[in-house]
Structure formats: structure tokens, C-alpha cells
Design a protein around this ligand. Structure first.
Ligand SMILES: Cc1cc2nc3c(=O)[nH]c(=O)nc-3n(C[C@H](O)[C@H](O)[C@H](O)COP(=O)(O)OP(=O)(O)OC[C@H]3O[C@@H](n4cnc5c(N)ncnc54)[C@H](O)[C@@H]3O)c2cc1C
Length: 570
């Protein structure tokens, strides 16, 4: 089945719902006008459809593997990567002085999502590079920037991020990798990192690892961690890949999905590295990369959801089974009410998650273009929601995609299961969704819930404006806001343990309400059109889920701990 990149949906959202003009009106993004946006989405979409989507099955059927210690990628992935690199899609938002295009993150995020929908496993490679580029732009020395950024932006070299160790997953502060000063400004980095995505490949000249490690005087915990740039090949005096560094890929993980993306166990044995940012300031530097990647991973979920939806729809339009009550219907399962329900839910959720993700990316752009704290807080607040809801949507929609296929969904040949298996990890990596939700109700509510309440105000204002034309939908969204506000007020007063127990349901409720908000905006923009009908479906049937989530969120921790560990095991 062929993939059709959803460029027109992105364009609609950016132009008509999220006020892309506001971004173009800033000095920083003055060149990114509506025409540029349309051209970029259309060009990227073409590459996704024609070059990347045909590779998706290769990754699953012919996984990346080690051949006598040399990493071999899935057939066609090298060519696919080159198409991404030469198209300039890696450095879309990177600084022009190093060869980037300086375009808004809103556009990069849209393109990333479309690439993920076409071929998730391959798209993870440029996503890692983009995060590294941003981290180096913000924290590296001028010398490192001059040497590495042009190569990473052009895609000649690729980037990775190395946080995780066997005993240090969510608890990054428990890491034990070490770095010793060599006395010449470089450091000797040693330790083992696990689960490193695209830890190597056979299509770039060099692979640059950003590695978290502890200096000899680094204190325990996150405060004692520093960040190092450790290339596979040490650049020679001309900046070309020279001598091999003291690092290796020990093995590849055997995974449930995403087989086209090599997930590496990396060994560093006194490998030469360069400090990025300040000594012991590694977490701050790494957070730049992680925030970028969090939004990107949310987009991976949505891309996979889009792919799974298209796949399921195509099957539903062909598969004949039973008589359907729709007189002028196609005679295929698409005319069964329950199949329609699934397809509508899938489509409505993809729209909601995509709108939230692009709203987050737009806030990042406005924050970087204006320097205004309000935009920055909005971006920070929306990042965990975009990541967790985007990836939950990916999983839910891909799971429904399997269901639409019936038995054929469970049979690998159709490819429906691949979407489900591939996307599952997105809720785990880049900070599990539980950690995202704790970030939302913890750090992101240190302002006493101000940002949350400002967003709720905004949603209510639009609902008020929609009352004359869409009274029922407007009322439903407005009421949902009130419940969300009550729970927000409850949460900011609650003990941290109680907040954490309700964090995931609260995040999901917030996303549901934001989804209602953007669907309502779409209804206002497309009166009598398909988007208005989809909005009605979402607001009547899916938005009400917020109430269940919020009830759960307000229950506190005691109930979650009601059973003793022994009782859990009994
Ligand atoms: C395919 C794949 C690719 C990956 N790519 C990379 C990569 O490129 N670079 C990299 O550095 N890492 C990578 N990772 C690692 C990934 O980021 C971690 O798996 C993830 O952060 C979770 O850590 P963990 O696996 O140790 O789980 P744990 O931290 O052991 O978590 C287990 C469970 O406990 C929960 N939990 C843990 N701590 C808390 C807490 N304080 N409060 C509440 N709940 C908690 C978690 O939410 C989870 O449900 C990858 C992982 C996979 C599977």
C-alpha cells in the first residue's frame, strides 16, 4: 500500500489554526512565508511518498545487523538517508552560518512527522542528528561548531545521543561512565552505553556521539555529569575522518520492532572526546537535545499513526465481509458501523495530536524569535504533552489499525502489525511517558499552575467565540475546561506523591481538551466541511474521556498503594 504524506493537513493546521503568519512576521523567520511553507511541505511530502515509504518494509524484513563487527543497514536505507541529507531536510532549522536553512521548528516538525510516517526506523537517524546539532549550536565551543556543525547539517556525518547505561535509565544521574582529562584539552571517555539508536551506520563518513560521563571531581547524581563529543573517527588536521577512536559497537539489541534502526551497545575505552558546555553542566546541555528529541518523538508517534490509519483505510475499502446496511455503500467492511467508528477515532486523534505537536513547535519558534518568556513557558508546558500524547496516539491508532484488518492484522504480510511493533518504543524512549507526565505536573507546574490556567483561559475564549455557530460543541469544550481547571487547582495544592499518581491521567485529560480546542478551531475554519464533521465526532465521543481521566487524576496516591507488595503478588 502506498503512503501519502499528509502535507495538506499540516498546511491547514499551520495556516488556518496556528497562525503561521505570526511566525513569518518575526525578523528571525521573515523568509518563511506561506509560499515557502507550502513548497517545503509539498517537496518533503514527495520524497516521503516516493523514496522513504518504499523502504519501510525493508527495515522490518531485513534488519540492521553486524557482519564481522561491521554494521550493515537495511537495503535501501543508505539511499533513503542520502535523499534526506541532500534534500537539506536534516538542517532545516539549523543555523544558516553552518549550512542550515534557519527555518522554523514548526516546519521541521511537520517534515519529521511525514518522514516518520513513511519510514520510522530510518527517520530516527536524522532526528538524532538534529538534536545533536541543536545541542552543539547552544553549548559547544566555536572550534567544535566550526568543525562538526557543517558536516552534521549536510548529513555527511551523523549524530547520536548516549545517556543510558544498564543501571541508569530514567535515573540518568546513576550513570558510571567516566572521563579523564588528557591534559591537551581532550578527555578520555570510558564506559558502556546501552540502547544507543543508530550507534553506527554504513552510509555516513563519521558518527558523532554525544556521551554523558562523569569527570573525576564530578559529584554523584545529575549535578556531576558532563557532556562529551566523541567521534567514531578522529578528525585529521583537515577536518576529515582520520584515525579510528577507541570505541566500538559491542552488539545490537533484539527488539520487538523498529528493526531497521540499529540499537547498539556501545563500549568506550578511553575514547578521545571534547567537552561540550561546562564541566559538570552536561545535563543542561543534554536537555537541549532531549527537548528537541521529545517533540520529535511525539511526531514519530503521530507519523506512525498516520501510516497505520492510511493502511487500515485502504484495507477496509477492499475487504468484503458480511452484508452492510449502507444502501449505496461500497460493500466492504468500511460500511460496518464499528469499522467506521475505529477509522473515525483514528483520524480524529491523529488530527488532535498533530495540532498539539505543531502548537508546541510554533511556541518554540515564537520563543526563539521574540525571546519572550511567555512563549518559552508555553513550549515547555506543551513539550511533555506533545511527546506523551503523540506517542500514545501512535500506539492506540496502530493497535486499532491491526483490529481493522481482523486476522490479517495479526499476519505479518499485511504490514499492519509493523506499525504497532515499531511505534511501541516511542512511549518508552526519550523519557518514558510516565516521566513526561511527572515533568508536566512537577517542574512545569512550579508556577502554581499559571501556564496551565492561561491555556485553559485561551481554550474557553475560543469556545465563547464559537457559541453562536457551534453552541453544542462550544459548550462541551467549555465545560471540559472547567473540570480541567478544578483538577489543575487541586494538583498544584497536592503533595508531590499525589500529583505523580495522577500525572498520566492528567496529561491525557489535558491533551483531550486541547484536542477539543483544535478540533473546534477546525470546525470554525471549515464550516460545513469534513473537518467540521470530524470535530463533531471528536468533541461528542472522544472529548468526554477527559472526565474519566480527571476523576482518576484527583484520587491521589493512597489508592495506588492500597495493595501491599505481598498483596500485589498474591
Ligand atoms: C529501541 C530503543 C532505543 C533507545 N535509544 C536510546 C538512545 O539513542 N540513547 C539513549 O541514551 N537511550 C536510548 N534508549 C533508552 C531509553 O531512553 C530508556 O529505555 C528509557 O529512558 C527508560 O529507561 P529504562 O529502560 O532503564 O527503564 P526504567 O528507568 O528502568 O523504567 C522502568 C519503568 O519504571 C518507571 N520509572 C522509572 N523511574 C521512575 C520514577 N522516578 N518515577 C516513576 N516511574 C519511574 C518508568 O516510567 C518505566 O515504566 C532507547 C531505548 C530503546 C528501547
Amino acid at each position: 500500500m502506498s503512503f501519502r504524506a499528509p502535507a495538506s493537513d499540516h498546511q491547514f493546521l499551520l495556516e488556518q489554526i496556528l497562525n503561521f503568519d505570526q511566525i513569518s512576521a518575526t525578523e528571525k523567520f521573515a523568509e518563511a512565508d506561506a509560499d515557502v511553507m507550502a513548497a517545503i511541505l509539498s517537496e518533503a511530502g514527495k520524497m516521503c511518498d516516493e523514496v522513504l515509504a518504499p523502504l519501510q518494509r525493508n527495515g522490518d524484513l531485513h534488519p540492521a545487523h553486524l557482519e564481522n563487527g561491521v554494521l550493515r543497514t537495511s537495503p535501501g536505507f543508505g539511499e533513503g538517508y542520502k535523499a534526506i541529507a541532500t534534500g537539506g531536510w536534516i538542517g532545516m532549522s539549523a543555523a544558516p552560518e553552518f549550512g542550515g536553512m534557519g527555518l522554523p521548528m514548526a516546519l521541521t516538525t511537520a517534515v519529521n512527522e511525514m518522514m516518520a510516517g513513511a519510514c520510522l526506523a530510518l527517520q530516527l537517524a536524522p532526528l538524532m542528528s538534529q538534536g545533536q546539532i541543536e545541542a552543539l549550536e547552544h553549548h559547544a565551543s566555536d572550534a567544535l561548531k566550526q568543525l562538526y556543525l557543517p558536516k552534521l547539517i549536510s548529513g555527511e556525518w551523523a549524530g547520536t545521543m548516549n545517556l543510558t547505561e544498564p543501571q541508569a535509565g530514567s535515573d540518568v544521574g546513576a550513570l558510571s561512565s567516566r572521563a579523564e582529562p588528557n591534559g591537551d584539552g581532550t578527555y578520555a571517555v570510558s564506559g558502556q552505553k546501552i540502547y544507543i539508536s543508530w550507534g553506527d551506520n554504513d552510509f555516513t563518513e563519521n558518527v558523532c556521539h554525544l556521551v554523558l560521563a562523569r569527570l573525576p571531581d564530578g559529584v554523584a547524581g545529575t549535578k556531576g555529569i558532563s557532556l562529551f563529543l566523541v567521534p567514531k573517527y578522529l578528525p585529521d588536521e583537515n577536518g576529515n575522518p582520520g584515525k579510528a577512536n577507541d570505541l566500538s559497537v559491542v552488539s545490537l539489541e533484539h527488539k520487538m520492532g523498529l528493526h531497521g534502526s540499529p540499537t547498539c551497545v556501545m563500549q568506550y575505552d578511553g575514547a578521545t572526546g571534547w567537552l561540550v558546555g561546562k564541566e559538570h553542566g552536561g545535563m543542561a546541555a543534554m536537555f537541549t537535545m532531549m527537548n528537541n528529541a521529545r517533540l520529535g518523538v511525539g511526531g514519530q508517534g503521530i507519523g506512525a499513526a498516520e501510516g497505520a490509519y492510511q493502511h487500515a483505510l485502504a484495507y477496509a475499502l477492499e475487504r468484503k465481509q458480511g452484508r452492510t446496511p449502507v444502501a449505496d455503500g461500497s460493500g466492504t467492511i468500511v460500511d460496518h458501523a464499528d469499522v467506521r467508528r475505529m477509522l473515525m477515532e483514528m483520524k480524529a486523534d491523529v488530527f488532535a495530536a498533530r495540532a498539539i505537536m505543531l502548537a508546541c513547535a510554533s511556541a518554540i519558534d515564537m520563543g526563539s524569535a521574540t525571546g519572550e518568556a511567555e512563549w518559552k513557558s508555553r513550549a515547555a508546558f506543551l513539550t511533555p504533552i506533545s511527546k506523551a500524547f503523540g506517542t500514545e496516539t501512535g500506539i492506540r491508532v496502530a493497535e486499532q489499525g491491526v483490529q481493522v484488518h481482523g486476522g490479517m492484522g495479526f499476519i505479518e504480510e499485511t504490514g499492519a502489525a509493523q506499525f504497532y511493533r515499531d511505534v511501541r518504543v516511542t512511549a518508552i524512549y526519550e523519557g518514558t511517558n510516565g516521566i513526561q507526565a511527572m515533568d508536566l505536573v512537577g517542574r512545569k507546574m512550579m508556577d502554581g499552575g499559571e501556564m496551565a490556567n492561561r491555556l485553559i483561559d485561551e481554550i474557553e475564549e475560543q469556545a465563547e467565540r464559537a457559541r453562536p455557530t457551534h453552541p453544542n460543541m462550544a459548550e462541551a469544550v467549555w465545560q471540559a475546561c472547567e473540570t480541567l481547571r478544578e483538577t489543575t487547582d487541586w494538583l498544584v495544592e497536592a503533595e508531590m506523591q499525589d500529583r505523580f499518581a495522577g500525572a498520566v491521567p492528567y496529561l491525557m485529560a489535558f491533551a483531550r481538551v486541547l484536542g477539543g480546542h483544535y478540533h473546534l478551531a477546525a470546525a470554525l475554519a471549515d464550516r460545513g466541511g469534513a473537518r467540521e464533521k470530524l470535530a463533531r465526532f471528536y468533541i461528542k465521543r472522544m472529548l468526554p474521556q477527559h472526565a474519566g481521566y480527571l476523576t482518576h487524576a484527583r484520587e491521589g496516591a493512597a489508592g495506588a498503594f492500597a495493595l501491599t507488595v505481598e498483596e500485589l503478588a498474591s
